[in-house]
Write a new protein. Structure first.
Length: 467
C-alpha cells in the first residue's frame, strides 16, 4: 500500500462502499455494501448508548437567531455554515442554517424539558446528517461537507462533577466501541486553541492511518455552563432555587468507517472485522461433474445452519470459476471463507481461509461442534485484527528529547511525544519549528523541562501531522 490515498479511493469504488460521482463536492452516495457496514457499526454503537441514553431526532434547520445566540460557538462555525435563504421564490425573513452540529437546535428545547433536579441527569443522542462547508481538501468519509453519519450525544447534569464524570463515561463508551472494531486510538486533551467552540475543554480520540497521518475519530466536550447560560437552561433545586445546568456533548462521524477500511485493509482489498462485515462467512463449493449436487446440498444446509445461529453467511453458488469468487470475496473483506468439495464431504472436512492471515487450514466437520468452531475462528480474527492494528499504532508513537529530534522523527509520520510547559506562545513556536501541529496533552509530567523553553514541563504533549 505505497499510496494510501489512491488505495483508499480505489477500494471505496471497487468494493462498492461509496460512489463519489455525485455532482456536489464533499457529498457522496452510500452504496449497499457500504451502507451495511455503516448499519452494523451503528448497531454496535446503539447497543452501547441505549443502556442509559435516549435516542431523539431534531430538525435539520436552525433559525439564524438561535445559532447566533452563543457567540463563541457561532464564531467557530461561521465560515462553515450553509444557509437557506428562500422558500421557493419567497425570501425568508429569518435565514435558516443547515445544522453544522445540533447544540443550538437542541438547547432551546432542553430549556423546556429540564424542570427539576429530579429530572437530571438527562442523556440524549441522535444519528443524523450535518453540513459543514469545509475549505480544506475534501476526501470521502474523512472530510466531507455532508457528514451523513453524525452521532451526537448531549447530556445535562446538576453539577460540574456530574459533567466531569460523564466525560469519563463517554470516553469509556467510545473506547469500548473502537475496541470492538479493532481501531487503535490515543485519547488526549486538545490544546485550548483547538477546543470545540464553546467548550470548557475537549478530549479527542485520534488514530493513525497507513500513510502515517493522524485522524481525529471522535471528540468529547465538557461544555460547563456556557450554553446553559446562553440558552437559560435551569433546574429547580431541592430548596426551590433555580440553577443553571452543566452539559457535555460528544460525537463520532463517517470517519469511523474510514478507519475500519483504512486500518485493517491490505493490498488485496478490505479486511472487515466480523462485527461489521455484511457477510461474515462465505461458502464456496468446489464442483466437479461427479457429486456436484451432493456438494451443493451440503453447502446450502451448512449455510442455513450457520444463519440459524445468527451468523451472516453467503453461499456463493454462481456459475463462475472458484478463483474468481475467491478474488472477489477477498477484495470485499469477508473474514472467513469455507471451501467445500466432494472429497472434503467424504472425509468430514472443509478448507477454511482466514482473510486476516490468508492462511488455509483444514477444519474437521462435526455436526455438534461446527457452530462453536466457526464462531471461535471469527473471534480469533477479531482479536488478531485488533492486535495487529495496535502493534502498528504503538510503533508509530515515539518520544523526542529535542526539537531537532522531533523534527527528524516525525518526517510526516506518526506521533511524537515530548515535554511541554503548556504555554500557548511556546506551543506556537514548537509548531512553527517542527512544521506540524500539537495534537493534544496526554498526561502530567514531573521533574522534566519543556523541550523548547526549558521551563518546568507540565505535561507530555503530542505532535502529529493530521488530516
Ligand atoms: C460533539 C457532538 C461536535 O460537533 N457537537 C455534537 C460536538 N464535535 S466535533 O468535534 O466538531 O465533531 C465530532 C466529530 O465529527 C468528526 N468530523 C468530521 N467527519 C467527517 N467530515 C467532516 N467534515 C468532519 N468534521 C468533524 C470528527 O471525528 C469529530 O471528532
Ligand atoms: Zn515551553
Amino acid at each position: 500500500m505505497s499510496n494510501f490515498s489512491e488505495w483508499f479511493h480505489n477500494i471505496l469504488e471497487e468494493a462498492e462502499i461509496i460512489d463519489t460521482r455525485y455532482p456536489i463536492k464533499g457529498m457522496h452516495v452510500w452504496q449497499p455494501q457500504g451502507f451495511k457496514i455503516r448499519k452494523y457499526a451503528l448497531k454496535l454503537l446503539r447497543e452501547l448508548l441505549d443502556d442509559d441514553h435516549e435516542e431523539v431526532l431534531f430538525p435539520l434547520l436552525i433559525p439564524e437567531d438561535e445559532l447566533a445566540k452563543e457567540a463563541i460557538h457561532v464564531k467557530g462555525f461561521e465560515e462553515e455554515v450553509y444557509w437557506i435563504t428562500h422558500g421557493g421564490l419567497t425570501p425568508l425573513n429569518k435565514k435558516l442554517a443547515l445544522r453544522p452540529t445540533s447544540e443550538t437546535a437542541m438547547y432551546p428545547i432542553f430549556k423546556l424539558w429540564v424542570r427539576s433536579h429530579s429530572d437530571l441527569p438527562m442523556k440524549f443522542y441522535q444519528v443524523v446528517n450535518t453540513f459543514r462547508y469545509e475549505t480544506k481538501h475534501t476526501r470521502p468519509l474523512i472530510r466531507v461537507r455532508e457528514i451523513t453519519t453524525f452521532k451526537e450525544a448531549h447530556t445535562i447534569h446538576v453539577n460540574s462533577e456530574g459533567a466531569q464524570n460523564q466525560v469519563n463515561d463517554a470516553i469509556e463508551i467510545y473506547q469500548s466501541f473502537f475496541d470492538q472494531l479493532g481501531i487503535p486510538y490515543i485519547v488526549t486533551r486538545r490544546p485550548d486553541w483547538d477546543k470545540f467552540p464553546g467548550a470548557d475543554y475537549t478530549m479527542a480520540f485520534d488514530t493513525i492511518l497507513p500513510d502515517g497521518k493522524t485522524l481525529q475519530i471522535g471528540t468529547v466536550h465538557n461544555l460547563g455552563q456556557t450554553f446553559a447560560q446562553t440558552f437559560d437552561i435551569t433546574y429547580e433545586t431541592a430548596d426551590g432555587e433555580h440553577e443553571h445546568v452543566y452539559q457535555t456533548c460528544y460525537g463520532l462521524s463517517d470517519r469511523v468507517i474510514a478507519s475500519i477500511i483504512g486500518i485493517h485493509g491490505d493490498s488485496s482489498g478490505l479486511i472487515l472485522p466480523p462485527s461489521v462485515a455484511p457477510y461474515q462467512v462465505v461458502i464456496v463449493p468446489v464442483l466437479f461433474k461427479k457429486g456436484a449436487q451432493e456438494v451443493i446440498d451440503f453447502c446450502r444446509q451448512l449455510a442455513n445452519k450457520l444463519k440459524k445461529h445468527g451468523m451472516r453467511v453467503h453461499f456463493d453458488d454462481r456459475d463462475l470459476r472458484a478463483g474468481k469468487k475467491y478474488y472477489e470475496w477477498e477484495m470485499r473483506g469477508v473474514p472467513l471463507r469455507l471451501e467445500i468439495g466432494p472429497r472434503d464431504i467424504a472425509n468430514n472436512k472443509m478448507v477454511t481461509l482466514r482473510r486476516d492471515t490468508m492462511e488455509k487450514e483444514f477444519l474437521d466437520y462435526h455436526e455438534e461442534t461446527i457452530i462453536n468452531d466457526i464462531n471461535q475462528i471469527l473471534t480469533d480474527i477479531t482479536g488478531n485484527l485488533k492486535n495487529k492494528a495496535w502493534q502498528k499504532f504503538n510503533e508509530n508513537i515515539r518520544p523526542a528529547k529535542s526539537l531537532e529530534e522531533a523534527k527528524e522523527l516525525i518526517q510526516n509520520r506518526g506521533i511524537i511525544s515530548f515535554n511541554w510547559c503548556g504555554d500557548e506562545s511556546c506551543g506556537k513556536e514548537i509548531e512553527e519549528f517542527v512544521q506540524v501541529d500539537i495534537l493534544g496533552l496526554q498526561q502530567e509530567s514531573q521533574d522534566e523541562k519543556c523541550i523548547n523553553c526549558n521551563s518546568p514541563s507540565k505535561t507530555i504533549a503530542l505532535l502529529a501531522k493530521t488530516y
